[in-house]
Write a protein that binds this ligand. Sequence first.
Ligand SMILES: C[S@@+](CC[C@H](N)C(=O)[O-])C[C@H]1O[C@@H](n2cnc3c(N)ncnc32)[C@H](O)[C@@H]1O
Length: 293
Amino acid sequence: MKNKTKRTKSAIRIEELAKLNSATRYLEIGVFKGETFLDLQFPLMVGVDPDFQFDIEANKREGKYFIPETSDSFFKKLAEGHEAVKGIAGHFGDDGIKFDLIFIDGWHSYDQSLRDFENSLLFAHDKTIWILDDSIPQNPYASVDDYGKSLQYSNKVGVYNKAGNGHVYQTVLTIHDKYPDFSYCTLLADKYQTVVWKAPGGKRTPVCNSPEEIKSIDYFDMLNYAPQFMIESDDSYLELVGKINTPAKYDVPDAWERLLFSKVETMRERELLETVRKNPLLRLVARLHGIRT
Ligand SMILES: C[S@@+](CC[C@H](N)C(=O)[O-])C[C@H]1O[C@@H](n2cnc3c(N)ncnc32)[C@H](O)[C@@H]1O
């Protein structure tokens, strides 16, 4: 059992959401070191990653599947009933493979994150809940689609950035425009994620005329669409899941300011913060001065 104080925000939210639909069947696209996946317990757990950063053999258990492939290849095999995914299919009945919770945290480009969402629709039911990770970039640097370039540019100017949030925000705007039968809200505390669920009957006016137009929305344009992200707090979002949610509710002056992650942090500031965090005395002094560590 991992140290509970080190749980990821994702794991905490996934468990909260799991209670809402009594989830037992969990899919995670993009697992990396397993910080979230290995901290969760569901009777059926499927993790997909072409480059797992831990020993998947040592972590195999009954009902736990590690698929060392891209999400595209995985969904293709699921759709085709490929031999390699037969074990997973065995956990479902005649309705076919339908996951209760789907955490999309793989490649963060627009095309890939949208494809992951759209491919997963075939393996979802009316109460399935999705969590789209990194649905808002932390800063303009983190929104550069190419992770290498994102780090290169931010390092050059000394801005702390290790997120590589990419263009998942464009996928959220696509869900807004193209999938009115799905509702969602975006959470900002510690980790920017959008929670999506099915809520038929929703009506929304599209903000763009085509996928190309959505694709052309950069970080700064994105700030103009703040209401469409439907920002909620971690205290309130669980009550919304399953209901129709509408951007009109979030259309307040200066809504865009809420999308700013916090102030942009320099690497020097980050180093100092790390030093303070490691030292109990410095932490106390910081707290006395009202500085959050
Ligand atoms: C941000 S990490 C995932 C973190 C993990 N979900 C967690 O909460 O700890 C992103 C992962 O996505 C994986 N990835 C990249 N492209 C992918 C793809 N096409 N399909 C599935 N996973 C992919 C990477 O190998 C990387 O391990």
